[in-house]
Design a protein around this ligand. Structure first.
Ligand code: AMP
Length: 422
């Protein structure tokens, strides 16, 4: 028999889970809107060439490709180039589509555009815990502001969202791709060696300074450069100051351009009360499209990142022919869901009306409409043989109270579903 399961790495959601997801999404959307961001929507597919323009880094390789319609067997056999077979693909993130959207609608958008995008993306990853092939991202982006105020606004809105969700222990690590590059320059890594060296440096948390040095030497980085990096890493102490000029300067070697340091300092000054922020000079974050600031969110209860983002000042220019500064922040929705504890009282009262078979429809609808008018969510259920089982299922679906309804009954007695009894 053919399988009835969804495709690998993709999921169905039962009503209770779907409701929970929507409640959390509504909380995030509400906070983003409160901070002056406006929601947009783009198609789930983009042109193949746009998705494979070299902007999406490793994620491009994970893109699902959509074949041209009405391909004949002959065309399939004779194709020399993937572009002959496929012209579209499913979006692997929301940043490439946003840049295309901005280039297309710039004339209708404000000078500084603050966008919300809450939508699924697709990546052909090997599925595992917290890693799916279809997953929802919650992005905010600011296009048209090159100053640290843009980063600060993103951080303030995101911290507000995390705090509303009860995730008060998040830490947002911050770095700047230009600082990373300048640091490697100071240590003596030639330009051509830096992208490869960054892939190794990205593993610092896992393999430590000596592991990083060993791997860099193995891959052929210059010995003096590796030694300079290792000595610098060994000399680093945990910062005692909060995020700000003192913390940033203590964690960077001499020789980093002042405008880069000023930008990093400016972010902290603009956010205010930056207890959740930490400067991490060795945060790398993928190799993709970032040109400046990068962020990553961590939480003590999980080992993977809960979100991240950064500046991609070069991307819109690829679509528009003119550079426009842009910076974004993405909450990895699937990964925060498990950590959020929702107040069961959130949302309207949910009522199951268990009625006898002979109650006239008009009577049932009158009861239902009175409850609906008072703001409740109401499900009708004809009294089954196994009432206890039905009530338990309703409770699992998020219903909170029930009442039994007999023919001609005027008043309903609502009882909590947690302890169903008649
Ligand atoms: P990225 O676009 O790769 O920077 O990812 C942004 C955020 O999306 C990450 O910080 C994760 O929280 C989340 N994320 C990335 N890949 C997956 C996946 N395969 N499944 C679920 N969440 C993911």
């Amino acid at each position: 028999m053919a399988t009835v399961n969804p495709p690998r790495g993709m999921r169905d959601f039962l009503p209770a889970e779907k409701r929970r997801r929507e409640q959390v999404l509504a909380m995030i959307r509400d906070r983003y809107e409160a901070h002056g961001f406006d929601e947009i929507e783009t198609p789930v597919m983009e042109d193949y060439a746009r998705l494979h323009g070299g902007l999406g880094g490793d994620n491009e390789k994970l893109a699902f490709t959509v074949m041209k319609r009405a391909l004949t067997t002959e065309k399939l056999r004779s194709a020399a180039d993937p572009a002959d077979l496929a012209d579209l693909g499913l979006r692997f993130d929301l940043t490439v589509p946003l840049s295309r959207f901005y280039a297309s609608h710039r004339g209708d958008l404000p000078g500084v555009f603050r966008a919300i995008q809450i939508a699924p993306v697709w990546r052909a990853e090997r599925p595992q815990k917290g890693r799916y092939r279809q997953f929802v991202q919650c992005d905010i982006d600011i296009i048209g502001d090159a100053t640290p105020r843009a980063e600060a606004e993103l951080l303030a809105a995101s911290l507000d969202a995390f705090s509303t969700l009860g995730l008060r222990d998040v830490t947002i690590r911050i770095n700047d791709r230009r600082a990373l590059d300048a640091m490697l320059d100071v240590f003596g890594f030639p330009v051509t060696d830096r992208p490869g060296a960054l892939i190794t440096i990205d593993k610092l948390d896992k393999i430590g300074p000596s592991g990083v040095a060993a791997e860099l030497r193995e891959r052929g980085s210059a010995d003096e450069a590796v030694t300079a990096l290792e000595e610098f890493l060994d000399g680093l102490a945990e910062p005692t100051e909060p995020y700000g000029a003192a913390q940033i300067r203590a964690l960077l070697p001499q020789g980093i351009p002042e405008d880069v340091v000023d930008h990093l300092v400016g972010i902290g000054e603009a956010v205010g009360g930056p207890a959740a922020l930490r400067f991490d000079p060795f945060l790398v974050r993928g190799m993709g499209y970032y040109t400046g600031t990068i962020f990553e969110v961590e939480h003590p209860e999980v080992s993977y990142s809960l979100g991240g983002g950064g500046r991609y000042d070069g991307m819109i220019g690829r679509f528009l022919g003119q550079d426009v500064p842009a910076v974004g922040f993405s909450i990895g929705f699937e990964r925060i869901l498990d950590l959020v504890e929702l107040d069961p009282a959130v949302g309207s009262e949910a009522v199951v009306l268990v009625h006898d078979k002979d109650v006239p429809v008009a009577e049932l609808l009158a009861h239902k409409e009175a409850l609906v008018a008072s703001g409740a969510r109401v499900r009708l259920e004809q009294r089954p043989r196994n009432l206890k089982g039905a009530l338990e299922r309703a409770a699992a679906d998020g219903y909170t109270v029930f009442a039994t309804v007999a023919r001609g009954q005027d008043e309903l007695e609502l009882k909590p579903l947690a302890e169903p009894s008649e």
